[in-house]
Design a protein around this ligand. Structure first.
Ligand code: GDP
Ligand code: IMO
Ligand code: MG
Length: 422
């Protein structure tokens, strides 16, 4: 069997959690492969909203296994809070949430370093979620990190102290920040016991053996392709590979094992944090998208910046990911717009371009093309073919521009608000 991958084609928050939750019953195993508690994946069913940060979005479904893969960075404090939340929502944790031994640990001092580095950058700050993501991946690639498997070694405390001392040394180069390290450390060591209560696995063997046994595996991406450390709007990115290739390194599967790649885009575009966003709107239309889309970060609560779709950007991210099917979310947010614009190219100082340049600089001006709005509510549309003609024209126009078909259209945050193409 192959591993299908679901990921975001923009700057995150495309609705990955909702789509994974919907598709989960078709799979045996759902795996997160990168990122950490910077992610906020929202699921809505039974009139309730649930936000997951580290736990895969299959956790509310029966009879399937959720794996936190080796590519994920784990903060035991956030994870313990999430575990409490899912338990109080009625989930039973009984060997259905597994953690890869090779996943790296976020220490309290990683969060301190994140905050200090951002404060030091001032106006040039990344707008990080301050969850310690960057410093943890830096220690991973710098070969200093602590992994889940280290928790079982007798000298774990000594390893922790060595890394903490290194961090305290590094913190001296930054202006002092407010952080109650003693309290956070105490909590961290308490919550490590919660992490240790979960079955720990050699994820690469687990997933490959499951595939060989005919199990169906879905890999759930976090963030979005434009936040990828290699291909995103560097340096305004996260610190992991959010693209399909990240599922291979983040789970220990060969590229030949990748099956469907399901790329999600909103019907418009958002970004939270700093960095370029060529189709961003600073007018009433942008404001309206934010209001109707309730565009506030699921992790930090920050307002998301809003704008129209960017076709060169979507072509770029579908190319890099090898997307085989597209999903559009939040089309309902456009119900009351007279006109919907998309950018089909950029005007630059060097002329018109349809490819993403090295940097998305201020000189990039979107070349707009527009679609008529449908001016009606999609709330009661139950089938793809029942979509209003103007909505179909928008969907089909985008397919033509991007070169890949939409297999699903999401018309609301609830689990059942999803139109399947066939
Ligand atoms: P993720 O990080 O990709 O999982 O996305 P988030 O959960 O951060 O943000 C997506 C937001 O949009 C959440 O509040 C979802 O409940 C909501 N959402 C998902 N799909 C739809 C949709 O089709 N319509 C509307 N109106 N909201 C949606
Ligand atoms: P999900 O999985 C949206 C953004 C931050 C910041 C940059 C770097 O919910 O789509 P980091 O904390 O990773 O060092 O922050 O990346 N960012 C996200 N934006 N959705 C996310 O995750 C994000 N995770 C990180 O706002 O600009
Ligand atoms: Mg999110």
């Amino acid at each position: 069997m192959a591993v299908d991958v679901i990921l975001g084609l923009q700057w995150g928050d495309e609705g990955k959690g909702k789509i994974v939750d919907f598709l989960a019953p078709q799979y045996d195993i759902i795996c997160r492969f990168q990122g950490g508690p910077n992610a906020g994946h929202t699921l809505k069913f039974g009139g309730k909203k649930h936000v997951l940060h580290t736990i895969p979005s299959g956790i509310f479904r029966d009879n399937l296994i959720n794996v936190i893969g080796n590519g994920v960075v784990i903060d035991p404090i956030t994870l313990a809070r999430e575990i409490d939340d899912v338990l109080s929502a009625g989930v039973t944790l009984d060997s259905n949430l597994l953690v890869a031994r090779k996943a790296h640990l976020i220490l309290p001092t990683h969060r301190m370093l994140d905050a200090a580095s951002e404060a030091f950058k001032g106006a040039k700050k990344i707008g990080s979620t301050l969850r310690g993501i960057g410093p943890t991946y830096m220690d991973k690639t710098g070969r200093n990190g602590l992994r889940v498997g280290d928790l079982d070694t007798p000298d774990f405390k000594a390893k922790y102290e060595t890394l903490k001392e290194k961090h305290l040394g590094l913190l001296k180069i930054y202006p002092k920040i407010d952080f109650d390290l003693a309290t956070e450390e105490k909590k961290w060591f308490e919550k490590i016991e919660v992490l240790k209560s979960l079955p720990r696995i050699d994820g690469e063997y687990y997933v490959n053996e499951a595939l060989n046994a005919g199990k169906k595996v879905l890999a759930e991406g976090a963030q979005g392709s434009m936040l990828d450390i290699d291909f995103g709007t560097y340096p305004y990115v996260t610190s992991s590979n959010t693209v399909t290739a990240g599922a291979c390194t983040g789970l220990g599967i060969a590229p030949s094992k990748i099956g469907e790649v399901i790329g999600i885009t909103k019907a418009y575009c958002t970004r939270v944090g700093s960095g370029p966003f060529p189709t961003e709107l600073f007018d009433d239309t942008g404001e309206k998208l934010g209001q109707l889309g309730m565009e506030f970060g699921a992790t930090t609560g920050r307002p998301r910046r809003c704008g129209w779709l960017d076709i060169p950007q979507l072509r770029y991210t579908t190319m890099i990911n090898g997307v085989t099917q597209l999903v559009m979310t939040k089309i309902d947010v456009l119900d009351s717009f007279e006109e919907i614009s998309v950018s089909t190219a950029y005007e630059t100082d060097a002329g018109r371009v349809e490819k993403l340049p090295f940097e998305l600089g201020d000189d990039l001006k979107p070349v707009w093309s527009s679609y008529e709005g449908w001016n009606s509510s999609l709330a009661d549309v139950k089938k793809f073919v029942e979509l209003p003609q103007k909505a179909l024209e928008y969907i089909e126009g985008l397919e033509k521009e991007i070169g890949i078909g939409f297999s699903m259209i999401s018309t609301g945050p609830e689990r059942e608000k999803l139109l399947l193409r066939n």
